[in-house]
Ligand binder design. Structure first.
Ligand code: ATP
Ligand code: MG
Length: 739
């Protein structure tokens, strides 16, 4: 196990000195002050001894070769110890907690101390911390108590130690320190974990209000999102309905407008005033005819009147004739009479002419003949033979003519009257037609007015449509801004009835309500809040997982600690029992009888100086180890009452018992046999033989008996340079040196 030791610049070993431990028992011999104990101390030093005082120094620099007259001082002391590791016993974990790679056949630990007292450690050339050395040694049962290295003057060390320290040494010897190290590590981890847990809990607590705030925000956002979706859905419907209604109305009014324009054109064509009144000539012709008829009628009336008067005169003449016909001389003819006659003739001719009637003409001529004849008779101045009969006949003939004329005139008057009626009818007909033409024109004007009204209405409707379009466009823009989407409008119209319109209105009102709600909820996008919420939630979940992990590692650590404690407890009790068996044996062997055993004591832990003073009862219990001895033939049981040799023997017996139960890789004993007499030295030698079967033994001795048991002897001498020198020697030389 232990292979070699290399000392240089350490204490009295100025130059590099190597000790090989190839045999079970190696003895180091030499005169006083030669440096033997320095070899033992070099082993404790390299294994990480922290108490410089226990290495007989005041400071780290005392461990370095101080120099002599012949050999100058060194700047650093170095000790290297090499172990066999072919069975890969050595182990320690690196800084990250993972097992370090120690797949080497040899493990060499080096400790160097510099003048400032600082130490550095290395394992196979790699710098490590003291903790790593401790862990590494722990893995091969080399504990920190150093119970297996008994320095000079410490032969009764196990006896003089306190119950608690003894317990430590027993635990060390039993290899329980590894578990304790693990317990301490686990406890440290536990503390750290608990601290972490508190931190994580604090973080979660810190996070909680923010998370809840964000949660509420997200709820709001989701509600807003729902509102937005609802709004978008409603608006899509509304925009579609409204746009299709607009398209429908637009198409309808356009059609109507087109029709109105067309009809207007037609009506305007109809109502256009003609260049000339179509009835003017017709009417004037009819009027002329009417006037002609009226003229004729009045002429006839006058002729009739004349005829009537003539007839009256005839009637008068006839009446006169019937009374007496007076005879008178020739009468003078006045011009007036001639003129009257002429006038009558002219009138009769004119009337006859104007009538154009042949009968009337004839009558007129016959009347004229008789008129003229009667006038000529009157001119002759002779009284004619009055023949009344002929006169009467003449007058009657005249009357008949007159009456014939009268009846002709009546006839003509009748005809003229009929002609007048007809002329009037013709005129009335023309007026009628003219009126109708006018009425038609008026009706066209009225149609124009109506159509113009319709067109004006169409204009209003166009404006209305344009307004609706603009409003819808605004609404679409607003909606798009509000929900961040795109709304398309219908390209095709859809029949719009008042019911549909009312439905749309109600939809619009609903939309407005949702919009107000949406605006109240704040239309801002919650993407960032959502992201933050998700992140915070994730962080919280992470912390929760962390917490769960921490909790489970706390549980695991607690379980581990409990298990380790149980293991230690069990192994300790079992170990103590085993040690007791061996201890009793060795004791009997050393003292030739009697008995000795260890007992586990339980007492309150002692108060440390740095602790607040408390009642000792309040301090926790801790186990200690008590040594109980019963010497043969003596009543002494108190350890203090034992002799120096007896103390050494008890201590050695116990050390050997402990080493027997759980053999350490090596045992170093510096003059542990100093106080033994010859007989006991032999027994001591026997025990060394026994122990060397399991552990390597390095003994510093002046005892011949002890030397005789060693396979290798190193002689240490003080050279001329004042530094320790090492030489391998034979037993006889050793005996010589020892003397
Ligand atoms: P003994 O048989 O009496 O126990 P020893 O062989 O064990 O003697 P050590 O105690 O090992 O002797 O050696 C002590 C010697 O080492 C002293 O003479 C001391 O001067 C010397 N020494 C100790 N420290 C140093 C140092 N730093 N530099 C030089 N010499 C030192
Ligand atoms: Mg010594």
């Amino acid at each position: 196990m232990l292979k070699k030791l290399e000392i240089s610049g350490f204490k009295s070993f100025a130059k590099k000195t190597t000790l090989s431990f190839d045999t079970p028992l190696t003895a180091i011999v030499g005169p006083n002050g030669s440096g033997k104990s320095n070899v033992v101390e070099s082993i404790r030093f390299v294994l990480g001894e922290q108490s410089i005082k226990s290495l007989r120094g005041k400071g780290g620099s005392d461990m370095i070769w101080k120099g002599s007259k012949l050999l100058g001082p060194m700047q650093k002391g170095r000790v290297a110890i090499t172990f066999d590791n072919t069975n890969r016993q050595f182990a320690f974990s690196n800084s990250s907690g993972a097992p370090a790679d120690l797949s080497f056949d040899e493990i060499t630990l080096v400790r160097e101390v510099s003048m400032d007292g600082g130490s550095s450690y290395s394992i196979n050339g790699s710098g490590v911390r003291l903790k790593d050395i401790t862990e590494l040694l722990g893995s091969v049962n080399i504990g920190t108590t150093g119970h297996h290295i008994i320095s000079q003057g410490e032969a009764d060390r196990l006896l003089s130690a306190t119950a608690k320290d003894r317990r430590g040494m027993v635990e060390d010897a039993l290899g329980l320190k590894v578990h304790q190290v693990r317990i301490r590590e686990s406890e440290r981890k536990l503390e750290k974990t608990a601290l972490n847990m508190k931190e994580v809990q604090a973080l979660r607590r810190e996070l909680a209000p923010h998370l809840s705030f964000l949660g509420k925000q997200v709820e709001k956002i989701q509600k807003t999102e729902e509102l937005r979706n609802e709004f978008a859905e409603l608006f899509r419907q509304y925009a579609h309905d409204e746009s299709s209604a607009i398209v429908f109305h637009e198409a309808r009014f356009r059609a109507e407008e087109e029709r109105a324009r067309r009809e207007l054109q037609e009506a305007q064509a109809k109502a256009a005033p003609s260049a000339a009144d179509p009835f003017v000539s017709e009417r004037s012709a009819a009027l002329a005819r009417l006037r002609e008829c009226e003229q004729k009628q009045s002429n006839l009336a006058r002729t009739r009147d004349d005829l009537g008067r003539a007839l009256g005169r005839i009637e008068g003449k006839l009446d006169a004739l019937s009374v007496t016909a007076p005879v008178s001389g020739p009468a003078s003819i006045s011009t007036a009479r001639v003129e009257a006659l002429c006038s009558d003739i002219v009138t009769a001719i004119t009337e006859a002419e104007s009538s154009g009637d042949a009968h009337i003409l004839r009558t007129a001529f016959s009347q004229l003949k008789s008129k003229v004849q009667s006038f000529v008779q009157s001119l002759r101045g002779s009284a004619p033979v009055v023949d009344t009969t002929s006169i009467k006949a003449g007058i009657e003939a005249e009357r008949a003519t007159l009456e014939a004329q009268l009846s002709s005139i009546d006839q003509q008057a009748q005809e003229a009257s009929a002609a007048l009626v007809e002329a009037r009818a013709v005129l009335a007909n023309i007026e009628q037609k003219s009126m109708e033409a006018q009425r038609s024109s008026f009706s066209a004007l009225a149609t124009i007015a109506t159509l113009e009204g319709t067109l004006r209405e169409c204009l209003l409707r166009a404006e209305n449509i344009a307004r609706r379009k603009a409003v819808l466009a605004d609404e679409v823009r607003e909606a798009e801004a509000l929900v961040g989407g795109v709304f398309s409008l219908a390209q095709e119209g859809r029949e719009d009835t008042p019911e549909i319109s009312a439905e749309r209105e109600s939809l619009h009102r609903k939309l407005e309500r949702v919009k107000i709600k949406l605006e109240d909820a704040g239309a801002a996008s919650g993407a960032e809040v959502l992201k933050e919420y998700e992140e915070t939630k994730e962080r919280d979940a992470f912390l929760l997982r962390e917490l769960t992990d921490l909790e489970s590692s706390i549980t695991a650590l607690r379980t581990l600690i409990t298990e380790l404690r149980d293991t230690i407890e069990r192994a300790f009790k079992e170990g103590v029992e085993k040690i007791n068996t061996q201890f009793g044996e060795y004791f009997k062997l050393m003292f030739g009888g009697g008995s000795a055993f260890l007992s586990i004591s339980v007492e309150h832990r002692r108060q440390r100086e740095d602790e607040e003073p408390v009642d000792s009862d309040e301090l926790p219990f801790e186990h200690g180890i008590e040594i109980n001895v019963s010497l043969p033939h003596k009543k002494v049981r108190d350890l203090h009452m034992l002799s120096g040799g007896e103390r050494s023997l008890v201590s050695i017996a116990l050390l050997f018992a402990m080493s027997q139960v759980n053999p350490p890789p090596f045992l170093v004993l510096d003059e542990t046999d100093a106080a033994l007499d010859e007989a006991n030295s032999r027994k001591y030698g026997n025990m060394l033989d026994l122990l060397s079967q399991h552990s390597k033994l390095i003994v510093v001795t002046h005892n011949r008996e002890t030397m005789s048991r060693a396979q290798v002897l190193y002689g240490v001498t003080m050279g001329v340079e004042g530094a320790s020198k090492l030489l391998s020697i034979k037993f006889d030389e050793a005996v010589q040196i020892a003397k």
